[in-house]
Write a protein that binds this ligand. Structure first.
Ligand code: GDP
Length: 448
């Protein structure tokens, strides 16, 4: 999982700091030495680490941290702020022209970085924003790339312009842009060819495209799992062709985070998006502040809320909250609630983002198996589906003979049915104690 090992280490260091009533200068220095080691082990660029630790130390020791009521928290706050700065401070949007004017985006990157997949993911994002993207297959170097782009474009409902692999990429790009003009597309995304390593041919090809068709944005796709290599690749591309921003792929599998933490600081170019999985929906806008809080284990509450907002109907959530208040919450609502959890990517992904929950991998080591939890969710669903309407809306009528019938219907033991009923009662109780919870899931920002 993203940043797991770095996150674990930093959280341990901070746990020690938090535990102390007062901090001496040497406490801070010792903690920062450990932070330095953790960052180096995470494959963060050496110079970046040095500068980072220096900035934190200056602020932590210079300020009134030692006098502060909670000095440990103060240090964590400074680390958090410096980490946000390191990753670019602000969220950077891809600059697009307005209206029907065409923005040409050139995607570049090494083979295997995830360029073709990311190109289709990005097109999906633009489409969702009401734009009209056209994908153009300029990767004539890898024959399967054209096909892959076509398939992914179709999945995203985005048109793909291709001319096979026997044409010059510059000609394909030009023809693609003409095609966009006559078909009302206002974004053209050029999928270009990568190579296994940074090489002259590739750079020349990209320079040619860039100088011939008026590229507005050059976006580099790099594999975050390659750590410092990704940073070096970004530097080379920026030197040779000039890039406007970076998309980091495979962050879902990057336990160290070295690329995410160094790229902006080394190249000066912002990280625009992060690839979080193989599915075409797995692309997240890169928010430095949220990333920092993920790394520091504060949980990515904002991302969770945004995800929930996209998936859950706010009216429904409000309605559910009203029911809860009036204690009308029944098994039908419970079923719907579980459906919403599923829509949000399952328990694992939610646990990951909740503060205090740490990451799924960590939860596993603490003894809770997420797979098992997901299975439980499915079993619970099967049990509720085996209930009739009266039982779902009035759980108090569930006597042993009804429970037996439900257990048979769901293919489970009666003890499982008892477990679900108990769980339901607990949840009802918990939710009554937490007014506002459903509304938070349903839409109001900043209420977490
Ligand atoms: P290209 O050669 O750069 O065009 O790379 P592809 O788009 O073909 O991707 C290479 C592999 O990486 C494929 O198996 C993708 O499914 C996978 N991939 C791409 N982005 C991500 C990501 O964000 N997370 C994960 N886990 N896999 C990814």
């Amino acid at each position: 999982m993203a940043f797991d090992s770095l996150s674990d280490k930093l959280q341990n260091i901070f746990k020690n700091l938090r535990g102390k009533g007062r901090l001496s200068e040497s406490d801070v220095k010792a903690a920062l030495r450990e932070v330095k080691m953790a960052l180096l082990e995470a494959d963060v660029n050496f110079k970046v680490v040095k500068q980072f630790v220096k900035s934190v130390e200056e602020r932590a020791i210079g300020q009134d941290v030692m006098e502060s009521l909670t000095p440990g928290q103060m240090v964590i706050k400074i680390v958090n702020e410096e980490m946000i700065k390191l990753m670019g401070s602000e969220t950077t949007e891809i600059a697009l022209k307005s209206g029907s004017e065409i923005t040409v985006i050139m995607m570049a990157g090494l083979q295997g970085a995830g360029k073709t997949t990311t190109t289709a993911k990005l097109a999906g994002k633009f489409k969702a924003q009401g734009r009209k993207p056209l994908l153009v297959a300029c990767d004539v170097y890898r024959p399967a790339a054209v096909e892959q782009l076509k398939i992914n474009g179709e999945k995203q409902g985005v048109p793909v312009f291709a001319m096979g692999t026997n044409q010059n990429p510059v000609d394909i790009a030009k023809a693609g842009i003409e095609h966009a003009k006559s078909n009302g597309n206002n974004i053209v995304i050029l999928d270009t060819a990568g190579r296994l390593h940074v090489d002259e041919d590739m750079m020349t090809e990209l320079q040619n495209i860039k100088s011939s068709v008026g590229v507005d944005q050059t976006i580099l796709v790099v594999d975050s799992m390659t750590g410092q290599d990704a940073v070096n690749v970004a530097s080379s591309f920026d030197e040779k062709i000039g890039i406007d921003g970076v998309i980091l792929t495979k962050l879902d599998g990057d336990t160290r985070g070295g690329a995410a933490l160094s790229i902006k600081a080394v190249t000066g170019k912002p990280i625009l998006y992060a690839g979080m999985g193989e599915k075409l929906s797995d692309l997240e806008q890169f928010h430095p502040d949220r990333m920092a809080s993920r790394i520091l284990g504060m949980g990515d509450v904002l991302s969770l809320i945004e995800k929930a907002e996209a998936q859950i109907d706010a009216d429904k959530a409000a309605e559910m909250e009203k029911k809860l208040r009036k204690a009308e919450f029944d098994f039908n609502d419970y079923l719907e609630y579980m459906g919403q959890i599923k829509n949000m990517g399952g328990l694992g992904s939610i646990m990951n983002m909740l503060p205090g929950m740490g990451f799924a991998g960590k939860i596993k080591t603490d003894g809770v198996d997420m797979d098992e939890a997901e299975k439980n969710l499915k079993r619970t669903e099967a049990i509720i589906l085996s209930m009739n309407n009266a039982e779902r809306s009035r759980p108090d009528i569930l006597n042993p003979s009804r429970k037996n019938r439900i257990a048979r219907g769901a293919g489970v033991d009666i003890s499982e049915v008892n477990r679900v009923v108990k769980q339901f009662e607990q949840m009802k109780k918990m939710m009554k104690q937490m007014p506002g919870m459903m509304k938070q899931f349903g839409g109001k920002k900043g209420r977490f």
